[in-house]
Design a protein around this ligand. Structure first.
Ligand SMILES: *[C@@H]1O[C@H](CO)[C@@H](O)[C@H](O)[C@H]1NC(C)=O
Ligand SMILES: *[C@@H]1O[C@H](CO)[C@@H](O)[C@H](O)[C@H]1NC(C)=O
Ligand SMILES: *[C@@H]1O[C@H](CO)[C@@H](O)[C@H](O)[C@H]1NC(C)=O
Ligand SMILES: *[C@@H]1O[C@H](CO)[C@@H](O)[C@H](O)[C@H]1NC(C)=O
Ligand SMILES: *[C@@H]1O[C@H](CO)[C@@H](O)[C@H](O)[C@H]1NC(C)=O
Length: 897
């Protein structure tokens, strides 16, 4: 094979001039770049990539040539790189699912629309090599190369560290050089025993799979071909490959490269400039969709179990929560409630509609809520099943290659699967949800099994008429073909053992709307079902939807909440839940939680105790367990009851804070539960903290996630932190502290500079909403940092649209300053009418971190004396004002001297 010199040229796109140079020698060239066309508006260019030498190994199929290489500078200073077949269109993530600027539509329109768009200052530059083709993305401010697909010779040998780009029908490969100091996060969904940061020498396989979350380092329910790369000084950027095909993403042993190997679609890359991790998530969610606002009640505690076999058991559980004085907002039912596991039916003996309805009405009267599970498979075993018959009439089910409805087997036995890519399916689904909601006024839907999970594997399956609902062994008669889709030339590391990609899901040849193949759309099924379900619930209830989905994709957060799936009742599962939840947040799905106390396995009292101490602070806080194991309701054990009261008690007091973060997530994309490096980008130690998390920027949770210990070693970034239970203070220079953590204790600290709105704890969020507010103001002990700020967003909690609107919501910012013993706290009401109408008042203001005790206090220039309660906590002066009556919806000024 001829050795070729690499010609390196850079194109001036954004004012960054690079000369031509020559790099190392390579043994294999593939594409060369030609016919560059720059757009007159300076917003990008396009070119042709022509194959000059085939890859030597053609077992993965012939190379495609020529390719179209399109570069766009888009909104939010992101760079879009699009590489596809020049001559034939290929599968792309549908624009209907993730609306975004169309590459082809835009080239044909005049430039006026693109030039008037303000994309902000360019932060990233793109350059390329012509021969062989490669491209690089550089941060303009410091010249750092962020992504570079140009292979270079490894220092010690003549071979390069990775191949040049490969583009075949069923195999796409591209790599980037990385400095081995880069820290990558993302590429979920997978349970990661090595912590939050992606470890070197590891492949992340992305293919939606019904594999229990107990399995580590394998492809799980969701697929996120997206990562955040944190470089020196915490400067971060994001890389998204918008592609729904199965893939392996391999981080090399020495950490100097990352390789994508994809079984189809196109290279549709987006580069987000950051420069903070938060900004990356904002830029990424601007493209894939901002997180859906969640209803207020969904921030309360949820109880679920597969095994609540009748309405009496549901009622028993709800009553026992109340008796035990443990908050409970939402009761759930798993598949137990269904009649023969048919969607939109209830068991006439165990869950007769009048009885279930009466129970749900009682929940509502008590300010509680009810959520039910539904699965995508629609039973075909009963000729009088309306949901099936209406679906058949609308012809909305997935089809075999021969045009017949594809038969799978799930809980109800033989089923057809709705095709949520078909717009007609959403109408049918909405109608089914409406009919069912008319019978049982549920508040949200839980959509499970949507990877799609199938108990059979087969291209064509037939059913002989015998009904065995609930049987997880395949009893359909299935034949398996080995087409290039069932058995693609490149095998991803599915299930961690290179299993067939059609194993226990639907056949890869199944046809969706407009002939789209399951092979291409597989990773999108749960996403499309989430969109349809959100649409249906919103329409039927005319309120903000609550959907909980197992299988998710880029953009799912705009429609659904997520839980981490079938975990186990072990301390490892508890620990790993934190990394999965933090990863979900940075992938744009902030409303996320893990099954508290563990789904599978019995676990122990100690485990459940530690789990509620952690799970009480998950954005989505739900306990759930498996029918095969013993019940684990929090009230069963004394120690767990006590911890639940304490931990959930604090969560409920923090509900206004959680809800303000829900609003912020929707507006900006920021996660609710944040990794420490999101909030402390200047502190490199935070990049290695995997088992603590922040709620917003202010509250740090440092739970015990190991057994048999009475202390926890936790990292505290520089500054003062106050324990929210006893107000004890930690002054950190950025170090690890060993904190006492006896069984009944979880460590939760609030950071200096924060103003946290709180209410009174109660057994439901409905009651919390009626209680008076407390403002917790926390000053630094560092003389140079003397301000504290906070925000509060309030609305009805379940209006469809969330936003600042007169009469419908209130938004208040708080700012406090202290200097030389004098201080001021101001509320700035951006919109106050709604809060005034609700009569919300601030009754207590607690100020921590004053350097001396004030002599006088005034509110709106009127001096207050009788109610001042001045305390000393561990020789830290703190000021508590109680029995106040300040309207939340009216600005005020509090001064002290
Ligand atoms: C890298 O990963 C491979 C495959 O999992 C494994 O066999 C090998 O031991 C790993 N190497 C190191 C140095 O960890
Ligand atoms: C509900 O189910 C439980 C568990 O199977 C059973 O013990 C109980 O008798 C049932 N209650 C009713 C009213 O059917
Ligand atoms: C249908 O198939 C099941 C499973 O193979 C078998 O047990 C059953 O007898 C069959 N029923 C009929 C009517 O053939
Ligand atoms: C789990 O608990 C159930 C019910 O109490 C019991 O039948 C089962 O044996 C337990 N399993 C294990 C593995 O201990
Ligand atoms: C927990 O500690 C006790 C006493 O030190 C010991 O007997 C027990 O084996 C430990 N359990 C585990 C799971 O480590």
């Amino acid at each position: 094979m001829a050795e070729r010199r690499v010609e390196f040229c850079a194109l001036l796109v954004v004012g960054l001039l690079m000369g031509c140079s020559f790099m190392g020698l390579l043994s294999e060239a593939t594409y060369v770049l030609s016919s560059i066309q720059e757009y007159p508006n300076k917003q990008g260019f396009e070119a042709e990539l022509e194959l000059i030498q085939h890859t030597t190994n053609l077992t993965l199929g012939p190379d495609i040539t020529p390719l179209h290489f399109i570069v766009r500078l888009e909104e939010g200073s992101r760079v879009h790189i699009y590489i596809s077949d020049y001559s034939n269109s290929r599968w792309e993530v549908p624009y209907s699912l993730i609306p975004r600027p169309k590459v082809y539509a835009e080239t044909t329109t005049t430039t006026t629309t693109t030039t008037t768009k303000d994309n902000g200052p360019n932060l990233l530059a793109i350059s390329y090599t012509k021969k062989p083709f490669g491209f690089a993305i550089t941060r303009i401010s410091n010249g750092e190369v962020l992504f570079n697909s140009t292979p270079i010779a490894a220092e010690s040998s003549s071979s390069s560290i990775f191949n040049a780009m490969v583009f075949k029908d069923q195999y796409l490969e591209i790599s980037t050089q990385l400095p081995n100091t880069a820290r990558l996060f993302g590429l979920g969904e997978s349970t990661r025993p090595d912590g939050l940061k992606l470890p070197h020498n590891q492949t992340s396989t992305l293919f939606a799979t019904d594999t229990g979350a107990v399995n580590v380092n394998v492809d799980l329910y969701g697929s996120y071909p997206y990562y955040i790369d944190v470089r020196e000084k915490g400067v971060a950027h994001g890389v998204l490959l918008l592609n729904s095909n199965g893939m392996d993403v391999t981080y090399s042993l020495d950490g100097t490269s990352l390789t994508f190997r994809v079984v189809g679609g196109i290279f549709d890359f987006y580069f987000f400039p950051g420069p903070s991790a938060k900004a990356v998530v904002a830029q990424y969610t601007q493209l894939v969709g901002r997180p859906a606002p969640m209803p207020y009640w969904s921030f309360g505690f949820h109880q679920c179990r597969w095994g609540y076999r009748n309405v009496s058991m549901d009622r028993y559980v709800v009553e026992h929560f109340k008796e035990a004085n443990i908050p409970l907002d939402t009761m759930w039912n798993d598949i137990d409630y269904m009649d023969e596991y048919k969607d939109f039916t209830t068991d006439p003996i165990q869950f007769p509609i009048p009885e279930l309805r009466a129970f749900v009405d009682e929940l509502h009267e008590n300010g509680q809520h009810y959520v039910m599970i539904i699965d995508p498979g629609i039973s075909i075993a009963y000729s009088d099943y309306g949901t099936l018959n209406r679906g058949l009439k609308d012809d909305i089910f997935l089809k075999n290659q021969n045009g017949e409805n594809y038969i799978g087997q799930v809980w109800p036995g033989p089923v057809y699967f709705p095709d949520f890519l078909n717009p007609k399916t959403t109408q049918w689904w909405t109608n089914e949800v409406a009919i069912f909601h008319n019978q049982i006024p549920f508040d949200g839907l839980w959509i499970d099994m949507n990877e799609i999970s199938n108990f059979c594997t087969g291209t064509y399956c037939s059913w002989n008429g015998s009904i065995f609902g609930g049987d997880t062994t395949c009893y359909l008669d299935c034949t398996l073909t080995r087409t290039k889709f069932d058995d693609p030339p490149y095998r991803i590391n599915h299930y961690g053992d290179y299993a067939d990609i059609g194993y226990k899901t639907i056949a890869m040849t199944v046809q969706h709307y407009n002939g789209a193949l399951e092979y291409n759309t597989h990773n999108l099924y749960g996403f499309t079902e989430s969109i349809a379900t959100n649409t249906a619930i919103t329409k039927v209830r005319n309120k903000r939807a609550f959907v909980l989905a197992r299988s998710t994709f880029l953009g799912s957060g705009a429609h659904t909440a997520h839980w981490t799936g079938d975990n186990g009742a072990t301390f490892d599962d508890l620990a790993y839940s934190i990394t999965t939840i933090l990863t979900s947040g940075l992938e744009g799905v902030p409303m996320v939680g893990a099954d508290i106390c563990g789904y599978a396995g019995n676990g122990t009292e100690e485990l459940c105790n530690r789990w509620i101490q952690t799970g009480a602070f998950y954005p989505f806080s739900r306990a759930h367990s498996n029918i095969q194991n013993m019940p684990k309701e929090l009230y069963i054990w004394k120690s767990v009851t006590l911890s639940a009261q304490r931990a959930l008690g604090l969560r409920y007091r923090l509900l206004p804070y959680f809800y303000t973060l829900n609003y912020e997530a929707h507006i900006s994309g920021y996660p609710i539960a944040r990794a420490l490096f999101f909030v402390f980008p200047d502190d490199p130690i935070t990049l290695d903290v995997s088992y603590q998390f922040l709620i917003g920027d202010s509250i740090l949770v440092s739970p015990v996630v190991t057994s048999n210990v009475t202390s926890v070693t936790a990292y505290f970034p520089k500054g003062s932190w106050y324990n929210l239970f006893d107000l004890s203070r930690i002054d950190s220079h950025g170090s690890w502290f060993k904190l006492a953590a006896p069984l009944e204790v979880v460590n939760v600290h609030v950071y200096e500079g924060s103003i946290v709105p709180m209410q009174e704890s109660a057994l439901t969020s409905t009651l919390v909403r009626k209680s008076p507010f407390t403002l917790l103001v926390v000053f630094s002990t560092d003389e140079s940092k003397l301000t504290a700020t906070g925000e509060l967003f309030l609305d009805s909690g379940d209006d469809i649209v969330i936003g600042i609107e007169q009469g419908k919501s209130s938004f208040i910012t708080f700012i406090a300053k202290v200097e030389g013993g004098c201080g001021i706290l101001k509320s700035q009401v951006v919109e106050g009418d709604y809060a005034k109408e609700q009569g919300w008042i601030i009754e207590t203001i607690m100020i921590l971190g004053l350097d001396k005790l004030p002599n006088s206090v005034s509110i709106n220039s009127v001096s207050v004396t009788s109610s001042i309660h001045i305390t000393l906590t561990k020789d830290i002066p703190s000021l508590e004002l109680s029995r106040l009556k300040l309207y939340v919806g009216e600005s005020f000024e509090l001064e002290w001297k």
